[in-house]
Design a protein around this ligand. Structure first.
Ligand SMILES: NCCC[C@H](NC(=O)CCC(=O)O)C(=O)O
Ligand SMILES: NC(=O)OP(=O)(O)O
Length: 323
């Protein structure tokens, strides 16, 4: 693996999943791989899980790790070329990434969308700029449009809770439903795009997306998914409910007023096949999902977040192998 930016960087998802399960069963077995290697993590936006799980993953592999929160604990970076830098920005991204890639062997980067101009976000202008300037492999820690480390952790989680065994076929496909849920702020489409990109490809999964009209995701990521506008119908017999809010792709970055209540509740979970509840976190309690669900046996959000260690560790492992 050269870089990890989307599902398209994965040659064989089954092999990658099996490697992750092996690594999870013996997390300190590959400490030689990271010896004298450094993983750098650059955040342009806040993080809890991605930051801490990536640090833990690096340490598990015997690698060093540093973290920089751009702007917050470094100089304010200038992103545009040709700017006369006599204003607020103090260092150009060209020097910053040049220097940072001299200080690490893999560079992880988080760049959220601005949710203003769709083309700017969907062309991944900011992420691609960092990637082009980096002289070392790049890992997405969530870009404007995708969050592959999250989706890979979600795949590991669904596999574990479905009784997945390598080389064994399922009698019946596992029903995974991604549901839109309410939120007071406008949020990116990165997590749902990425989840759809991964789960519509998994051959043992029957994948449905449910959302109100107006919240259609880009069809670049949803090919192969069933779209169901009736949330309760979508929940019937589901093995996994994956909740996430996102703002509109069509009316880019907007929140469209909804009449129906899309919060995930215990009543709705009763429609499922005793389904498991998943969310990438952070989650707004009693807005996206009720306390009743999060505090019940349905919820697997903590094991899901735990698997962020193993998705990151597997990706670093695969890249370190090539260095
Ligand atoms: N990295 C996981 C999700 C990050 C982000 N959530 C948020 O910004 C939630 C913040 C809030 O609840 O105000 C998102 O949806 O893409
Ligand atoms: N799920 C996730 O990426 O969490 P953070 O934003 O806290 O890293």
């Amino acid at each position: 693996m050269q870089n990890f930016i989307s599902f398209n960087d994965v040659e064989n998802y089954t092999q990658l999943l099996n490697t992750a399960l092996e690594i999870k069963s013996n997390p300190f077995g590959q400490q030689d791989l990271g010896k004298n290697k450094t993983i750098g993590l650059l955040f342009f936006n806040p993080s809890l899980r991605t930051r801490l799980s990536s640090v833990k993953a690096a340490y598990n592999l015997g690698a060093n790790c540093w973290v920089l929160n751009a702007g917050a604990d470094s100089w304010t970076l200038e992103m545009s070329d040709g700017t006369v830098m006599n204003g607020d920005t103090q260092e150009h991204i060209k020097e910053a990434i040049g220097v940072m890639s001299a200080y690490c062997d893999i560079l992880g980067v988080r760049t959220f969308p601005k949710l203003e101009e769709r083309d700017y976000d969907y062309n991944e202008v900011m992420f691609n700029k960092v990637k082009e300037l980096s002289s070392v492999p790049v890992v997405s820690l969530e870009s404007a449009t995708l969050h592959p480390l999250q989706s890979f952790a979600d795949l590991i989680t669904v596999a574990e809770y479905s009784g997945y065994q390598p080389h064994q076929k399922f009698d019946k496909k596992v029903k995974v439903v991604m549901t839109w849920a309410p939120h007071p702020r406008k949020l990116p489409q990165a997590v749902p795009n990425s989840f759809a990109q991964w789960f519509s490809k998994v051959d043992w999964v029957d994948f449905t997306i449910t959302h109100p009209k107006g919240y259609e995701l880009s069809s670049d990521f949803t090919q192969g998914a069933h779209i169901e506008y009736d949330q309760e119908k979508a929940f019937e017999d589901a093995d996994f409910i994956y909740a996430k809010n996102w703002s509109s792709f069509e009316n880019y970055g907007q929140i469209i007023p909804q009449e129906m209540d899309w919060q995930v509740t215990l009543d709705k979970m009763k429609l499922t096949n005793n389904g498991k509840f998943m969310h990438c976190l952070p989650v707004r309690r009693n807005v996206v999902v009720s306390d009743g669900v999060l505090d019940s046996e349905h919820s697997i959000v903590i094991p899901e977040a735990t698997n962020r260690i193993y998705s990151a560790q597997t990706v670093f492992h695969e890249i370190l192998k090539t260095l």
